[in-house]
Design a protein around this ligand. Structure first.
Ligand code: G
Ligand code: G
Ligand code: MN
Length: 640
């Protein structure tokens, strides 16, 4: 049969042996697909369209072939009508596969692809040739059965060109896709091209449908298996589904409202009652959510955090009320009953207008926070949290710029010697300015530097600036015998920290005795690396102060394991003592002095405080009473 001119092929007997098994497999997929929950996103809608169009294409193809084989028995208009339908659906199917590929690209990329504008144009051309065919006979004519017309090849042109467009689009956007997605999308186009080629080679076999079935299976496995988006405990969707829905809402400017809620003390409950019981309860909750809120989509995110999303302005207040009422009761588990409390976060996508990934992140952070509280009716405002995150982004930008351009500032605050009442040393405190020149709170950017791997660089910049200050000024003349520099425990993670510090001091020709290093009590977790590093630095000649003593879990025996020479009493402890003078702090100070440690009292704000702390034997005082931390030039000016 191969190579017969198309006009004669149209009359040939067709071979339908591929079509029945293909149809049966398709039924299985459709059954699986339709009887499981589907996320209301565009990808799902285009897959649905593919399934429907594919079924109709196969149906009309078979009917028109069958009618053609027995043409003398039928009205030619019937033959013509079914052929028209077949051509139309065949073109539509090729187009829909293309639309599906574009939907995947769209869902993955940040902006909308410009392909959208051009996609429908060729399809309208193809549809138009079908419509005008009864007049032109371009695709087929009906005389003694169906004969292929001069533009019959459009069938191949349409399928082939859309597959090639898709390949190009996938190649263009390959960086935004995962490797798996690139492979799947490429495979889809190749299978379609092979299918068209086989159809061309063996026109009397009805095989194109089998290739389309292969494509449908690839799509199903890679992109739309409902299990990809369902919580492992069933009934509700999971976090990837939540992200997919929100990013589609954001991209298409479809407003949605979100009610997030967290089970309070989730981790403690899980520990006390066991994972099995907790899972039982979660399954019950999931089922109750899907049953009770059919108009919303429900998500189990993680760690006892849920979200309900509605796209038609749902009344969050009413939903909250219903949830609270239900959670006032108990949840049955395999063994008994569990009582759980919930806290809420609300978000309105229209009002907040922030990209979906940031929204999901913020919501997850807020929910995690809420899952750790146990107040009745706790709730958070997401707009505040988003504001906080924006603030963080600004701080990060300022921090990175200051680190790169050596723009961190170092302020100095004097330490006063109790014996003379004059300043004897200073503490260096790092400062960062925002774009308007206002100071950013140090706790904010220091924690960020620690978490994001900048603290070593920050510490070295501070140390360098302190060393330069010492080199460029006469320390004796301004009464400074040493300068305290704060160290973060995270800085000790760098093994070569003693060598690097030594190099910086050498560069400025500063001797080690001029620098005292402060580390906080909180950082003295029993950590052998930390101890080795401190010992290493101490052997190089640095002295160590224990900062903020009394603010954490004070442990005298641990203090003795480190080579400290000075203890700084935390300002809260100082303040408490001044308010209510007990015997504890004096005894503690005496104990330290017996261990040959000098004592610094922090946070001295008044003359009385200074007197009280001096009385119990402190060696040095530091606080606003003497001076706030000030820029280096101001510090120099104070001396004269
Ligand atoms: O002045 P003040 O609010 O800046 O200090 C806040 C906190 O920041 C203090 O606990 C102090 O220990 C810490 N800090 C200040 N400067 C530095 C620094 O250079 N390095 C580190 N690691 N911490 C610092
Ligand atoms: O944690 P550390 O001791 O390194 O930090 C010192 C912090 O204490 C800095 O933030 C500094 O600005 C602040 N500080 C210094 N003196 C006083 C004071 O007298 N009162 C108050 N409230 N804070 C002070
Ligand atoms: Mn300090």
């Amino acid at each position: 049969m191969k190579g017969l001119p198309p006009e004669r092929v149209a009359h040939a007997k067709m071979n339908y042996s591929f079509i029945v098994p293909s149809m049966l497999v398709l039924l299985v997929i459709m059954g699986y697909y339709f009887f499981r929950p589907r996320l209301p996103i565009r990808l799902n809608r285009s897959f649905l369209a593919i399934l429907v169009i594919d079924i109709f294409t196969e149906l009309f193809e078979c009917i028109s072939y069958r009618l053609n084989e027995t043409w003398p028995a039928h009205d030619p208009r019937l033959l013509g009508a079914f052929n028209l339908l077949f051509y139309f659906f065949f073109f539509s199917r090729s187009y829909m596969f293309f639309v599906f590929t574009i939907s995947v690209l769209d869902a993955r990329s940040i902006g909308r692809s410009e392909l959208h504008r051009y996609v429908p144009a060729p399809f309208f051309g193809f549809a138009l040739t079908v419509l005008v065919n009864p007049l032109t006979g371009w695709l087929f004519t009906i005389e003694n059965g169906c004969r292929n017309g001069p533009l019959y090849w459009l069938i191949y042109a349409c399928g082939g060109s859309y597959a090639l467009f898709s390949l190009m689009a996938v190649y263009r956007h390959r960086r935004e896709l995962t490797a798996h997605e690139v492979i799947s999308l490429t495979a889809i186009q190749l299978v379609l091209l092979v299918g068209l080629f086989v159809r061309f080679l063996v026109p009397t076999f009805v095989v194109m449908n089998t290739f389309c079935l292969m494509v449908i299976i690839i799509i199903f496995i890679s992109f739309l298996n409902p299990d990809l988006y369902l919580s492992e405990r069933g009934y509700v969707y999971n976090l990837p589904a939540f992200q997919a829905l929100l990013s589609e809402c954001y991209r298409r400017c479809r407003p949605c409202r979100i009610l997030g809620f967290a089970l309070q003390n989730y981790n403690e409950h899980r520990e006390i009652f066991g994972g099995k019981q907790m899972d039982d309860a979660l399954t019950r909750i999931n089922r109750w959510l899907t049953d009770s809120f059919p108009e919303l989509s429900a998500y189990y995110l993680r760690n006892g955090c849920f979200a309900l999303v509605g796209q038609n302005c749902p009344d969050l207040f009413a939903i909250r009320k219903k949830l609270r009422e239900r959670f006032a009761g108990a949840w049955k588990t395999g063994v008994g009953e569990l009582r759980l409390n919930v806290s809420f976060v609300e978000a309105d996508m229209e009002v907040l207008d922030c990209p979906a990934d940031r929204m999901v992140n913020t919501l997850m952070i807020s929910l995690d926070d809420l899952s750790r509280v146990s107040e009745p009716d706790a709730s958070l405002s997401l707009s505040d949290s988003i504001e906080e995150i924006n603030q963080k982004l600004i701080i990060r930008r300022c921090l990175e710029r200051a680190l790169e351009q050596d723009e961190l500032e170092v302020f100095l605050q004097p330490l006063v010697d109790c014996a003379t009442g004059k300043r004897i040393a200073a503490e260096a405190l790092v400062r960062l300015r925002d774009e308007e020149g206002k100071l950013i709170r140090p706790d904010l950017f220091i924690t960020m530097a620690e978490q994001e791997g900048h603290i070593v660089q920050l510490g070295e910049q501070v140390l360098s600036k302190v060393c330069r200050f010492i080199r460029d000024n006469d320390m004796d003349a301004i009464g400074v015998r040493w300068i305290n520099v704060n160290l973060s425990p995270v800085q000790f993670m760098a093994r070569d920290i003693p060598a690097r510090f030594a190099a910086i001091l050498k560069e400025y020709g500063v001797s080690e005795e001029m620098i005292h290093l402060e580390i906080t009590e909180q950082s003295m977790i029993d950590f052998s690396l930390l101890r080795d590093q401190i010992t290493g630095l101490h052997e190089n000649g640095f002295e160590f102060s224990l900062d903020d003593y009394g603010s954490g879990y004070s442990n005298l025996s641990r203090v003795r394991q480190y080579p400290f020479t000075n203890i700084k009493i935390d300002m809260e402890v100082v303040r408490n003592y001044c308010r209510d003078r007990d015997l504890l702090l004096p005894a503690l100070v005496q104990a330290f002095k017996k261990m040959n440690l000098s004592i610094t009292a922090e946070g001295i704000e008044t003359a009385e405080m200074a007197g009280a702390l001096k009385e119990i034997g402190c060696d040095y005082l530091q606080g606003y009473y003497f001076s706030r931390p000030v820029p280096m030039t101001e510090f120099l000016a104070q001396a004269v």
